[in-house]
Design a protein around this ligand. Sequence first.
Ligand code: NAD
Length: 285
Amino acid sequence: MEIKSVGVVGAGTMGNGIAQIFALGGFDVIMRDIKQQFVDRGMKTVQKNLERMATRGKISPEDKDAALGRITTTTKIDPLADRDLVVEAIIEDVDAKRELIQVLDAVCHDDAILATNTSSISITKIAAASKHPQRVCGMHFFNPVPVMQLVEIIRALQTADEVCTAIEDATRAIGKTPHQIKDSYGFVVNRVLVPMINEAINCLYEGLTAPEEIDAVMRLGANHPMGPLSLADLIGLDIVLDIMETLYQGFDDPKYRPSPLLKQMVDAGYLGRKTGRGFFKYSNG
Ligand code: NAD
């Protein structure tokens, strides 16, 4: 199983980063979203990122142009028919992801690998929606995708060995580091990290101190490069809540109960950087 062409479904925070790194790694990429404006926004982000890399001398202007030339965009599903690998990065909703897998089943060739970038949903459950569940695998990138080194390769109960191997090879080919993990709610990074963020939100909810202070003490006391509330704003508070809900329901354990303040923030539409306001305010969205 050799991967040469890649489809990315979802052109949001994660999808456009995934499209960018595969294109930079020499893969032919099609990026798909449901509306032209979302595709255009994703492509604009890729362009801006690559231009910044070229200006800083991290890539040559020729590499930038070549990478941009390797990405085509679409709002249709049919162009994904010839892809060797399709990575989905749509909303964190199990029904939406299972439905998409069925749509991809109908469109893609039988040998295509279908990878999901879900943060926490059971890969086994997503794979079960496919007619060929052995070809479904988790490929969990981290935000911001062009910067973060790790990719968790999540093996569902049904995933075939050669699928994991092909995904690991593709991960190395784009300069990232794969680590293979068995499927479980939240995998490893989010199972450890997101409850820590949730607890920081509870500290704020209980009025222990101000958001800036919570971030400062965690930077200074735990040596974290970024405070947990800034990190929540970067990830997106809706995503943080989705992950907590998945852990809470999946393990049926009250230690994963989402903070009431986190729920309120999401209800208010304060989702972090992407809406210009989360625990902190952002002037550029
Ligand atoms: P996002 O909201 O920024 O982007 C999602 C995009 O998917 C939107 O542009 C939306 O229009 C599009 N979309 C929805 N349904 C679609 C469909 N059927 N076909 C095509 N496009 C569709 O979300 P995001 O932050 O990029 O997260 C995407 C996925 O990646 C989620 O599963 C999330 O849990 C996971 N993830 C997120 C992070 C993070 O830090 N944001 C990190 C790792 C994994």
